[in-house]
Write a protein that binds this ligand. Structure first.
Ligand code: FES
Ligand SMILES: [Fe+2]
Length: 380
């Protein structure tokens, strides 16, 4: 019932088709060839999402050929347009294309990601994030493919209490690099409140709420702005992040992270260039390192010193969340006051799923401008 990111725009060149798996279903994602054919006028090729298999005899469509804005099957050459309608059956003396249609899904590109609507009926309007439309640099990060259910990841969205421990090694390294002592973890009164977009969570600070994260219902996390800090010139960059936690299947999930870096003009161009050069990290390697820790062959402190804070957080969250089990057994948990954010997320989801099951209308969520500034202000 919600648009979800399914791929990074930069990873799908014009004229290319790929198989993808989202929410336990397989699909074919492809990008039409760049102009001059009329559908792609003025674009780099439009993205399309259709069924995984050909309607003829079930070949995997991603192995075929992109022709203009259409996709031709590898097996006997049937051709489909971006909506999934069959438009050619070259081996048939009397083609019956008009009777053949595979499923096609609405697709939009936004914030450097390809979003699809996989639900029934008319798609709802795309969720917009006004804080990420302010003209700053928008860059999607490396994907986080975790072998655990997406709810392990989502549960973590309002779990401020994990940061001091799960990210202890990272925080120590960041403090050491800055030449300051690490801040000791403390017990704090944790709070959450429901909003028009989902939930915001944080702590009480001098008798006032200090919010540290936003959850955009149903599955987008926005942590405090901060520096990604891995870039050569050592400047502290202000970065807002959005984390889309998307189910691949019951035991796997993928996170699409979008960075909004507060730079414009020549500084922005310079930053994009440096970031492009730095972007050769193999996230598969991060997954392997994380798996080594879970297997007991390494500890987090053994991780290479040249990993960026983003990569260290990647590994640390993997260890914590995949370590809960691919499908965590929540009936054995013992929740305390510090888990109030986790409880609030589960209650929101339970309420909305109950409404869905009973055929009642769901809450319509809306993300206003100014949320990034709200959590920056409390952390500066
Ligand atoms: S299986 Fe696709 S054309 Fe035959
Ligand atoms: Fe974390």
């Amino acid at each position: 019932m919600f648009w979800q990111p399914v791929y990074r725009s930069q990873d799908l060149p014009a004229g290319r088709a790929v198989p993808i798996r989202i929410m336990s279903e397989d699909f074919t994602l492809y990008r039409g060839e760049a102009g001059p054919h009329p559908e792609a006028e003025g674009t780099e090729g439009r993205a399309h999402l259709v069924a995984f298999r050909c309607a003829h005899r079930g070949a995997q469509l991603s192995t075929g050929w992109v022709e203009g804005d259409d996709l031709r099957c590898f097996y006997h050459g049937w051709k489909y347009d971006g909506s999934g309608s069959c438009i050619e059956q070259p081996a048939e003396p009397e083609p019956f294309c008009q009777r053949i249609k595979i499923r096609g899904y609405p697709v939009q590109e936004y914030l450097g990601l390809i979003f699809a609507y996989l639900g029934e009926g008319e798609p709802p309007p795309m969720r917009r994030f006004p804080d990420f439309e302010r003209g700053f640099v928008i860059e999607p990060c490396e994907l986080e493919d975790y072998p655990c259910n997406y709810f392990n990841r989502l549960d973590n969205a309002s779990d401020g209490a994990h940061v001091a421990w799960t990210h202890r090694e990272s925080l120590n390294r960041i403090a050491a690099a800055a030449g300051v002592p690490p801040r000791p973890p403390t017990a704090e009164v944790r709070i959450s409140e429901e909003t028009e977009y989902g939930l915001r969570s944080g702590t009480m600070h001098n008798g006032k709420p200090a919010f540290q994260t936003h959850l955009h219902m149903p599955n987008v996390n926005q942590p405090p702005s901060g520096s990604r800090g891995s870039l050569a010139d050592g400047r502290t960059l202000l970065v807002d992040g959005l984390y889309f936690r998307v189910p691949v299947d019951d035991e796997n999930s993928v996170s699409f992270t979008v960075d909004c870096v507060h730079l414009t003009g020549a500084e922005a161009d310079d930053y994009r260039e440096r970031r492009r050069m730095a972007q050769d990290t193999k996230t598969a390697a991060l997954g392997e390192l994380s798996a080594e820790i879970l297997a007991g062959n390494k500890v987090v402190g053994d991780m290479p010193g040249d990993l960026s804070p983003f990569q260290m957080f990647w590994i640390e969250d993997y260890v914590a969340q995949c370590g809960q089990g691919a499908i965590a057994d929540r009936s054995h948990e013992h929740l305390g006051r510090s888990d109030s954010g986790v409880v609030s997320i589960r209650q929101l989801w339970a309420r909305e799923l109950k409404a869905l099951a009973e055929g009642r209308p769901l809450k319509q969520w809306h993300t206003p401008a100014g949320l990034a500034d709200m959590i920056q202000a409390t952390n500066r």
